[in-house]
Ligand binder design. Sequence first.
Ligand code: ADP
Length: 539
Amino acid sequence: GSTDESARQILDAIESQFQLSNEALIEIVEKFLEDFTLGLGEYNHPMAMIPTFVTGVPNGKETGTFLALDLGGTNLRVCQVQLLGNHEFTLRQQKYRVSEALKTGEATALFDYLADSVDAFLTELPPSPTDAPADPFASSNSLELLEPTTDLNPALPLGITFSFPVEQTALNEGKILTWTKGFSARNAVGNDVVKLLQDAFDRKHLHVRCVALVNDTVGALLSRAYTAGGCILGSIFGTGTNGAYVEKVEKITKLGDAPARKRGGDMVVNCEWGAFNNTRTTLPTTPFDNKLDRESINPRLQAFEKFISGMYLGEITRNILLSLVDAAPKPLLFNGRASADLNKHYGLDTAVISEIEEAWETGRNGSIPESKQVHGSNSTQNAAVLTNGTSTKSAPHFTEVDKLSAEDKSRLERIRNIIIQRLNIDAADVSLRDAAIVRWAASLVATRAAKLSGSAVAAILVQTERAKLGGGLVPTEEKIIIGVDGSLIEHYPNFNAQLRACVRGLVGEEVEKRIDLGLAKDGSGVGAALCALQATKQG
Ligand code: ADP
């Protein structure tokens, strides 16, 4: 009836704001390429294009045992990585929580906590092979680090994966440029990360030396290269998003005639692409994005990341849902009644909208992306974790709910239950039609995110001359190996498939087919270890 008609108009208007045509995506890639060039040429450009001083990628034959520390997302991780030299590794890790107080307090308190975590990790590890619990990933060699250290023993080498923008000046030196992803610790910006950490180790008399500083994207790149035998791009689709790729040093013109540039060859560049569109000139922005940005702790910054990453997709969806709860003249969702959870800032976790998509997928073709822990696996196993299949049938429009098959209704019923359980909306206020609308909103937000992610990947392929924008053959048959990490690409149904479809639309099927996109599992730990190895060789 007419109510449906006005509801349809409101929803269609929202939907059109989230659309990205192929032409729009081409323009986005062009702007990316422009920004890459600007960032390679000057310091302090929003697209920071940070030289990492990592000048080669591993081939899988590397060996050694290293400590690694990973700060930058939802958890703090400490691990010990043993590189076996055959593309495989063993890894033991411990996760520690980083409280809001630590994220937003004094930097020294945060770095003391990092040092304490390393200390706790070294203490918690079993003291000798004989005491060690059965652990398929442990080997006696990996316990070498636990021998009591004497003055003759060198300090344990540690690599830190620090996933915030850092202006790197050497493998083991870099100043924090800015915080992102909810961190804002005082007296950190402008200081050297390695020094902050080493000072904390020294204050606590830990016999540990921080020898390398890496971004998580660089970690993903190095670790995928180690397992797959090569890699051109490491990228993260987790709490935040970013990418690092292998660039020709001659193109990093801002290095001037620094020794690193004179040497020539390649260097890994950390794009910090999360800051793309900070000028707000390129991406079509909705009121739901503006609300998120305005209420964030870093308004107008990390603009691209706010369209894409796990920290934000739930929140954009929540903003859409609230606008429908409040729609005039008649509410379009939940009888106009939200819940305390739905009303709460960041009250809808991206994991929940992922669960909603999965509830729709399950049973349709019987295949949901499997998320399994992969330890020390080779590239084939890693790649297998990501499914490439695309959806064959889109979810029903909310107006069609009454006409659905029993099977499709039961899928919506599952979504309805998730809404009731996860958002604590009163069951009486959640209809199947509401379930269809929530799923629709989630998929708008996630599809846009996957397409934008694809445009960033395509931009790297064009930048490195592996593809031409708009298609066209590049004379090579080589596989294009990419390492990815993050809950979003690992778990969000169809994210990977939609990303690939976007790349295909931008650079053509010939190139897209050659892409071997696989999870860089444990990329932060393994990448930090590989970088620590490079540092100990150089030093
Ligand atoms: P990080 O990037 O911090 O290392 P993750 O890759 O696990 O860690 O990303 C965490 C982010 O992913 C959080 O923002 C969370 O909301 C989101 N997330 C967690 N689980 C899922 C899931 N199953 N599907 C999609 N997103 C998820």
